[in-house]
Design a protein around this ligand. Structure first.
Ligand SMILES: [Zn+2]
Length: 249
């Protein structure tokens, strides 16, 4: 089986070094990683990873909704220059999080700017959305052509909305803790699914760094819940990931 980890923060690992993570991942059939940023200070680190480990590591540059308040005034120009320097880069992660911060204004503004950049440069957008269903209403029609709702654990209804608007859903181990899991997964077309670790953060064991080597385990769980052949599902998800990465190229 082959895998692509569509969401990992390589720069944030404490107990594992990037070279080891990548070598071990390759031994488990992992073919690529999308290395995602959260704050502007990540961008240089993500750029360095993508350069050092090209083409295995694909960069994503963006501003996470938790950190919009602390962004410098010229963040968007800086982000744009990273997109120009890395034609294969995606944008993310970005989005809306009402749980962490009930103040919509700044989050909405920063999200809209990243949506515009995704359209301008034809890049896929990696979206973080938590308790934001209401806020999302003004964005559905504005979203770019290619996007994923990452770390998805929300309702089956929201999943259908994402799909209807042309998006994909990214799942990590947090899905297996969600009470929506069965209803959500059983109603989902296989061509809308991506896998991710959100490493080092969303592992099966709290407090332990999750590694891309654990993707096969996640796939097996999801295939079992869906009552689907794991090889076939792995192949389908791999293709989805390839198409996502290659959008606009
Ligand atoms: Zn993340």
């Amino acid at each position: 089986m082959q895998f692509i980890d569509t969401h990992i923060h390589l720069q944030d690992f404490k107990s594992n070094c990037a070279t080891d993570i990548i070598n071990q991942a390759q031994n488990q059939g992992v073919k690529r990683l999308i290395c995602v940023s959260s704050v502007a200070a990540d961008w240089a680190k993500v750029a360095e990873m993508a350069t050092k480990f090209a083409p295995f590591v694909i960069p994503a540059f963006g501003l996470h909704p938790w950190y919009v308040e602390e962004a410098e005034d010229n963040w968007a120009q800086k982000l744009e220059s990273y997109l120009q320097a890395f034609p294969k880069a995606l944008i993310g992660e970005c989005g809306l999080d009402k749980l962490k911060n009930p103040n919509f204004e700044k989050q909405g503004e920063v999200f809209a700017q990243q949506i515009d950049l995704a359209k301008k440069y034809a890049r896929p957008l990696i979206i973080h959305a938590v308790k934001a269903e209401e806020w999302l209403n003004e964005f559905w029609k504005k979203l770019p052509e290619s996007f994923v709702f990452h770390s998805f654990t929300s309702s089956a209804e929201l999943a259908q909305k994402v799909i209807k608007n042309g998006g994909l859903l990214g799942f990590n181990f947090s899905l297996l803790r969600s009470k929506n899991m069965e209803k959500l997964l059983s109603a989902l077309p296989a061509d809308k699914i991506l896998l991710e670790t959100d490493g080092p953060y969303q592992g099966p064991t709290k407090g332990e760094e999750v590694l891309p080597t654990m993707l096969p385990e996640l796939l097996v769980e999801i295939a079992a819940i869906r009552g689907e052949d794991k090889e076939a599902l792995a192949m389908r998800i791999y293709q989805n990931s390839e198409e996502f990465i290659n959008f606009g190229k």
